[in-house]
Design a protein around this ligand. Structure first.
Ligand code: 2RA
Length: 351
């Protein structure tokens, strides 16, 4: 019989995409349960065209569940993922809580699908959306040319911060719309917003008319958590413990779809033609690389779709064995819900 699936965090930004994905992909599931915080319990949401009542997170909701996908804050995962696993579910967790634990696999199905089978704690982690937004493409190049170094700058969409992110961007744009005097002197955007909006924002600076060089929490040495995640997770997924990685993560006024400028050094020489051949053959990657004709990926053309898009591939002039490129991926789909759904489908195939 088909396995039972529970979606924990069903009402969030990723949860909403998750419901859409399980309603439109090959239906490998028996029952699908929706679970959220007590605040959302009792809501009726649609899955596979049917009404489902959202249940409050409690130990009993995991009884009879085969696979539980969690998209909840780190501290909620820390408490409830082990509960689900203890009750016999295989937990697929989107939070940062378990990703770097040695006995928890961190899986991108295009790159390291077999790791999903080695799960002594019945927990599989899915990476941060920034790492995921490039990994299908970078993993394909690594498989043939062996990656040695990655230097990355991210351009991260506001929906990475949850539903509050787009809400704030839309509010700021609305507050500033029509005023053709703002953005021309230091602090005038802040002043204009202060007159019209509450101070509390998910972002540490105005996000409309701006870019913000900070994503996540403060870490030693002045790093943002997001930058260290990109380093540590890339190493683990690719299976290169000593991969050199340095990242700068930046929030930009894009609703959904993270972009990354990637400078990647490989073990041996790789040409643009080599990269094109590999990326064209990668099933979940779309190559958009014809700069003479203005063809490269941008978030507005990518949002709402599944693949990883790549373009602007250049052989670095001054760095041997190195490519520079631009990658875009929908942070809520491949960056979050889709990767979790794909891992869940790998697990479902074992039933
Ligand atoms: C962000 N990567 O974009 C984060 C979400 N986990 O904010």
């Amino acid at each position: 019989s088909k396995p039972t699936l529970a979606l924990i965090g069903a009402t969030g930004a990723v949860g909403t995409v998750m419901r859409e994905l399980v309603s439109t992909r090959d239906d490998v599931w028996g029952e699908i349960r929706l679970v959220a915080s007590a605040r959302s319990a009792g809501k009726v949401l649609q899955v596979r065209g049917e009404d489902v009542v959202v249940q409050a997170l409690a130990p009993e909701v995991f009884d009879g569940v085969d696979v539980a996908i969690f998209d909840v804050p780190d501290e909620v995962s820390a408490e409830w993922v082990p509960v689900a696993a203890a009750r016999g579910a295989i937990a697929i967790d989107k939070s940062g809580t378990f990703r770097m634990e040695p006995d928890v696999p961190l899986v991108v199905p295009e790159v390291n699908p077999l790791d999903a089978r080695n799960r002594p704690r019945n927990i599989i982690s899915t990476p941060n959306c920034t790492t995921l937004s490039m990994m299908a493409a970078i993993g394909a190049l690594h498989a043939e040319y062996t990656l040695k170094e990655l230097v990355v700058a991210s351009y991260q969409a506001v929906s990475g911060a949850g539903v509050a992110g787009p809400a704030r961007l839309y509010d700021e744009i609305e507050a500033l719309a029509g005023d053709r005097t703002v953005g021309q002197s230091a602090g005038d955007v802040r002043k204009a917003l202060a007159n019209k909006l509450e101070a509390d924002s998910p972002f540490p600076a105005p996000i409309a008319f701006n870019v913000v060089p900070w994503a996540g929490s403060y870490k030693e040495g002045g790093w943002a958590s997001e930058e260290l995640k990109l380093r540590n997770e890339s190493r683990k997924i690719l299976g290169i413990p000593d991969l050199k990685v340095s990242a700068t993560c930046v929030r930009v006024p894009v609703v959904t779809t993270h972009s990354l400028a990637v400078h990647a050094r490989f073990e041996r020489e790789i040409t643009v033609a080599d990269a094109h051949r590999i990326l064209e053959a990668a099933p979940t990657v779309v190559l958009m690389d014809d700069p003479a004709n203005g063809v490269w990926p941008t978030p507005v053309d990518v949002v709402g779709t599944d693949p990883t898009y790549i373009g602007r591939i250049r052989q670095a002039v001054d760095f041997p064995n190195t490519l520079d490129m631009f990658v875009c991926g929908d942070n809520l789909r491949k960056g979050a819900a889709l990767n979790a759904a794909e891992i869940a489908e790998l697990v479902a195939a074992e039933f």
